[in-house]
Design a protein around this ligand. Structure first.
Ligand code: FE2
Length: 213
């Protein structure tokens, strides 16, 4: 009767040297896990034991419950983020996604530059996003734990710009981290798949008791 910490979709060292196994030990094994544990610890008192993860996020937002919102939104954001990553050289930006990127940004490089700048310039903790907005690709960023799951945005790709995402491998150098991730370990196949508008579902979770029913 609880949400679970999803497994990484790759080995913990598969993204080195761009993202280290040690980073995953902390970022996935401790930070992401803490969001799962804290959310699970609040569900009974809130009467949300049978809600899906997105339902919990929306209920917390509606009630102004910041603690539940922040923790549950961070479960979703991280679950989506891991799927946005893949070992270097395993995927490429191509096909329909490439066509749309060139239509809406001029070129793939221009889109990557815009996403890197938006994410670098986001003040404090948050997430950079490539989203689909009325059939047009857009770049934006959301603050702290805020999430497309609370706004019904159609997410395609995200970048975690909390310090815990890059401090072990890049210290304080957020631009260097973003450049390295964008140039090497984005899972473009996953990003392209999200053009179907179902990205929100790909990091949602039904709670075990419901799923088993
Ligand atoms: Fe994070």
């Amino acid at each position: 009767m609880a949400f679970t910490l999803p497994d990484l979709p790759f080995d913990r060292t598969a993204l080195e040297p761009h993202m280290s196994g040690e980073t995953f030990d902390f970022h996935h094994g401790k930070h992401h896990k803490a969001y799962v544990d804290k959310t699970n610890g609040m569900l009974a008192e809130k009467g949300l034991e049978e809600a899906s993860l997105i339902e919990v996020i929306k209920a917390a937002k509606e009630k102004g419950d910041k603690k539940l919102f922040n923790n549950s939104a961070q479960i979703w954001n991280h679950s989506f983020f891991w799927q946005c990553l893949a070992p270097a050289g395993s995927t490429e930006l191509k096909g329909e996604l490439k066509t749309l990127v060139e239509r809406d940004f001029g070129s793939a490089d221009a889109m990557l530059e815009k996403l890197a700048t938006e994410s670098t310039d986001h003040f404090g903790s948050g997430w950079g996003w490539l989203v689909l907005d009325n059939d047009k690709l857009k770049i934006t960023s959301l603050h702290d734990a805020d999430t497309p799951a609370a706004h019904d945005l159609v997410p395609l790709l995200t970048l975690d710009v909390w310090e815990h995402a890059y401090y072990i491998d890049y210290r304080n150098e957020r631009p260097k981290y973003l450049k390295s991730v964008l140039a090497n370990i984005v899972n473009w196949d996953f990003v392209a798949k999200n053009l179907d508008g179902k990205g929100l579902d790909r990091a949602d979770q039904k709670q075990k008791a419901t799923a088993d029913a």
